[in-house]
Design a protein around this ligand. Sequence first.
Ligand code: MN
Length: 429
Amino acid sequence: MTNNDNRLAATHQPSLRSWVASANTEGCDFPIQNLPFGRFRPAGSNETARIGVAIGDQVLDLKAADLVDHDDMNRLMASSAEDRVALRAAISAGLAEGSDRQSAWEAALLAQADVDMAVPCRIGDYTDFYTGIHHATSVGKLFRPDQPLMPNYKWVPIGYHGRVSSIGVSGQRFRRPMGQTKAPDAQQPSLGPSKRLDYELELGFFVGRGNALGEPIGIDTAEQHLFGVTLLNDWSARDIQAWEYQPLGPFLAKNFATTLSPWIVTMEALAPFRAPFERAAGDPQPLPYLDAPANRERGAIDIQVEVWLQTAKMRDAGEPAVRLTRGSTTQAAYWTAAQLVTHHTVNGCNLQPGDLFGSGTLSGPEPEQAGSLLELTQGGKNPLTLPNGETRTFLEDGDALTLRGFCERNGAVRIGLGEVTGIVEPAPR
Ligand code: MN
């Protein structure tokens, strides 16, 4: 093991506890073994967002704790692997029980309940991939019954360039999009509010160090360019999508809102939860530029993901959200994050610190593990019945949709990705 590996392993010791008592609670998303990064400002203020680390139900202000001297998350994300591990080790040591930093750092803590979270960094470019093979197959069946999975799918990590301006953080409210749609039996399209508004359960991968234009990132070093992971809801208007998507792919069906969870769980925090990347027998192996021993041994990340819905009626009645889906990312993703980095740059395309990749909808192999309503309701044909008797084919105005994620493994302390909630408002009149 290298010195870096040793320092990282020390931050994952299951016996490690924090002097921040809430971080030691069973089932807590943010124990001392996690230490995710986000940007916060005091609730209701217009201050410049500062860099913080979540610990229990608190936020550690990194500048107030003398750990950084700036507010630039992108600069922090661009630091070297050694510097990132060194910072993580310093935060871990300072927050650990018995640390002599406790009295100084108590003044650098804010309750998460007393801060507003911002989008975690400046996002330069956003690419949404399509790595969920069960999603791609189910949706393909609905859109193209004769050819569900296109012949390129098992060879090329499919993606499209998305839009950054409409990316928001958990709590985002957005209006139901207007758009052009055409019913199969209609003579011509018409403009109106989307009637088939959906969510997509995705992970967001943030790029740390970038690459120079013209210099591809090889698969062996691809992980060094990844900073960490968030939950990502790629809201989708299925009726707009169906009419517009050929021949150039998603456009207005996708770019009206995308919502992120506020905390970036770092690749270092995810180290104990890596899993082998495997291809089903009979499937093509990746081309050599997308293949490496390390990617095969631990290229996947084992994250449990869930989707929860609370309708306006449930909220008014004080009823909790209901879980629609539970699944695991390793069962869903056909490509690893490292493969996405390498493929994205193979033509010389340059990535920059803070660039965001969406994984694509992470539906599991079972119908009830589907990561979108399009799949859960078979294209709107089989409505879901909720505990209060309401039904849903697609999202209604007032619906609050929440994604949650967490990692569990024997011998490691559970860590969470937190959650991301978005709320649908009525279309403009
Ligand atoms: Mn998507």
